[in-house]
Design a protein around this ligand. Structure first.
Ligand SMILES: NC(=O)c1ccc[n+]([C@@H]2O[C@H](COP(=O)([O-])OP(=O)(O)OC[C@H]3O[C@@H](n4cnc5c(N)ncnc54)[C@H](O)[C@@H]3O)[C@@H](O)[C@H]2O)c1
Ligand SMILES: O=C(O)[C@H](O)COP(=O)(O)O
Length: 630
């Protein structure tokens, strides 16, 4: 005997739509009235009291309708508004409502006058919508509701469902306690607390399952859905106090995001990374082989900064983990700080300032110089070095630069063919080389000796680039007139005590790695990196990945997308396509990018596919990672 089909009972307000319809109606009817805000607030409070079961539902309805003062003519406007306010994941899963139309019911304490036209578009006919109806006077004013309707009374949903005599397993999906009580009364088998629009503790605490969106509900029930894997199941861990906008951006897209203020040490990260799909870090967190081995679910690492050598990029690639960074967002911040430091050092401003702080007036021009006409030596003429070159010239400095790569001079800058040449001509040397480990102790005793006597050194790149003891000696011996240092060979994981051999030296500006720490830069990074992450997770794009073959994919409609990352060995593409052919998959687009070690192939396929094909593709020899989108 074939069992009766499962039945799905949906709530309307704050479940199928993002809003409470009567609140929206209040916005319409109270438009232009001076007491609008207070009345709307009162209506919302009464709504919540009713939803949570703190006052009887009949009372809540009566009080709200009195405050609404609505007219029949307002209902057309309300329906137009509600059409714009369908819950995001409901709107993106129309297929489910189409396929399961016969088994879907709406039981709501709202009103049929506005529910029917909305759910009709989701294939739910009026006869399967159970809700209240308004009472109008002869002028069309809404003056009450049909009191005989069970849904107008306390626990009316229980009565309504009882009368329906539904067969088969009954699942209730709703945001309020009044939805849960149908399950409590034994009339439904399962209650899903729907939290996409509002999280009500009372409903969530009593639920069989909390569904942050319809994708989760459909996933749990293995029903047709737009996303193969609900986004709320994708866990994102953001360390090192990244800007809160990153949390907002990623949460808004539906991911589950955790924010941690500090960097965490390897052993803790090894534990914490388990089950995490996306890791966000800044320059401190070391993503080592051990961390990557423990990362059983990791798909992406986002470096919310420029530097990426804190991540074992090669090993990440071997594990199929894509890494993105923010190569431009904080460059201007570093450049502005460098400009400030050049001036402050040459004017001896910090020395003068410290004197006044310790109660001394020392007005003097000694060792105080203009920057105009002085020689600035920029080591590392990349994104930061080049911008600095332009601004420094605008202040009248003569710019010299040295770079291991062939870089075109901007403005009137002069290229030096050796570091020694640059060091010998510069009044100020500023370091902007990349964070390549080969640059360890790049500036040591020998290089400092090659600098002009009385010159200044600025390091805003990486701490290990300068031999800090050699620098301290040169400052003590007055070989150098001053230095500005923002980065140190060893930096603490969080704010607190810190020691450096440069402490207490005169005309030395020390900052705690804040070159890129401006509000503007951090906000820009919090936009840039999450976009890269979302683009990869949602569509497979790897454009601008720092360790992975780059692919920019077209948007794909009405098809599934298979993402296959594999070791780049001969014949693997043939094997992948053999599997696709065996399962009669129609490929509508295929994109491949490889480097010497890994291959990344994306196959867009016709809508329906046999789930065995997924297993078979995962089993292709040399597969590193496999993912299905849509
Ligand atoms: N202090 C901070 O808060 C802060 C903020 C942002 C960036 N940074 C650091 O600043 C540095 C520069 O950043 P960027 O965005 O300009 O990098 P970039 O990659 O655009 O430029 C670096 C340049 O250095 C050159 N280079 C590398 N090694 C060299 C060497 N030994 N000699 C000469 N040239 C060398 C490269 O060829 C490249 O042109 C990086 O180390 C970055 O991590 C620090
Ligand atoms: O690599 C960078 O962008 C800088 O060093 C800044 O790093 P932070 O975000 O850890 O300050």
């Amino acid at each position: 005997m074939v069992g009766a089909a499962r039945k799905y009972v949906f709530d309307f307000d704050s479940t199928l739509t993002r809003v409470e319809a009567l609140d929206v109606l209040a916005e319409i009817t109270l438009q232009g009235k001076s007491n609008k805000d207070e009345v709307i607030q009162e209506i919302q409070e009464i709504t919540n009291l009713g939803i949570d079961g703190d006052i009887s539902f009949t009372e809540s309805l009566e009080r709200r309708i009195r405050l609404l003062n609505a007219h029949k003519d307002n209902l057309d406007g309300l329906v137009i508004e509600l059409r714009q306010k369908i819950s995001k994941s409901i709107a993106s899963n129309k297929e489910f409502f189409q396929k399961y139309s016969e088994d879907i019911y709406v039981i709501s304490c709202g009103f049929k006058e506005f529910i029917d036209p909305i759910v009709e578009e989701y294939n739910i006919p009026s006869e399967r919508v159970y809700a209240n109806t308004f009472k109008f006077d002869e002028d069309g004013n809404i003056v009450g509701f049909d009191e005989a309707n069970v849904l107008a009374s306390h626990n009316g949903k229980i009565e309504c469902l009882k009368h329906l005599h539904l067969e088969g397993e009954v699942q209730v999906i709703g945001d309020g306690y009044s939805d849960y009580v149908m399950r409590e009364a034994g009339l439904a088998h399962k209650f899903f607390a729907y939290t996409e629009n509002v999280h009500r503790d009372k409903a969530a605490n009593n639920a069989d399952h909390v569904a942050p969106n319809l994708d989760e509900f459909l996933f749990v029930n293995d029903l047709p859905r737009n996303l193969s894997y609900p986004k709320n199941r994708i866990k994102i861990l953001l360390l090192e106090n990244v800007h809160p906008d990153a949390f907002e951006n990623l949460s808004e897209d539906g991911f589950s995001v955790e924010l941690v203020k500090n960097s965490i040490p390897e052993d803790e990260l090894i534990e914490k990374i388990k089950g995490v799909h996306v890791l966000g870090i800044r320059s401190k967190t070391q993503v080592t082989q051990k961390v990557l081995d423990a990362a059983n679910k990791l798909l992406v690492v986002g470096a919310f900064c420029i530097g990426t050598t804190q991540i074992d990029l090669e090993y990440a690639k071997k594990k199929g983990v894509v890494v993105f960074n923010a190569p431009y967002s904080n460059t201007r911040s570093v450049v502005e700080l460098a400009i400030g430091q050049i001036i402050m050092l040459m004017r001896n401003v910090f020395t003068r300032s410290s004197e006044i702080h310790s109660g001394q007036w020392n007005k003097t021009a000694l060792n105080s110089k203009e920057v105009r006409g002085k020689n600035l030596g920029i080591v590392g003429y990349g994104n930061i070095g080049k911008q600095l070159s332009v601004l420094a010239e605008a202040m009248g400095m003569r710019v010299y630069y040295y770079d291991v790569a062939d870089r075109l001079a901007l403005g009137n800058a002069t290229k030096c063919s050796t570091l020694e040449e640059l060091l010998s001509v510069s009044d100020v040397v500023t370091l902007h080389v990349d964070d390549n480990k080969a640059n360890k102790n790049f500036i040591g005793e020998r290089e400092i000796n090659q600098m002009r006597d009385g010159a200044y050194l600025i390091n805003l790149s990486r701490g290990f680039v300068v031999d800090i003891d050699a620098l301290a000696d040169a400052l003590k011996e007055e070989k150098l007139s001053g230095a500005a240092v923002d980065v140190y060979p060893i930096e603490p994981r969080s704010n607190g005590e810190f020691e450096t051999p440069l402490k207490g030296l005169s005309n030395v500006i020390l900052t705690p790695h804040v070159g890129g720490s401006t509000e503007e830069a951090q906000r820009d990074i919090a936009d840039f990196v999450p976009n890269k992450i979302m683009d990869y997770i949602n569509s497979g794009n790897t454009v601008d990945a720092v360790n992975f073959p780059n692919i920019r994919l077209p948007k794909q409609n009405n098809s599934h997308r298979f993402l296959h990352i594999h070791r780049n060995v001969p014949g693997i593409m043939a094997k992948i396509n053999e599997v696709l052919a065996k399962y009669e998959m129609n490929i509508t687009g295929q994109y491949l990018s490889t480097d010497s070690e890994v291959g990344y192939v994306i196959s867009d396929l016709d809508k329906d596919y046999n789930k065995e094909v997924v297993k078979a593709l995962k089993n292709v020899e040399n597969t590193i990672k496999f993912r299905v989108l849509y």
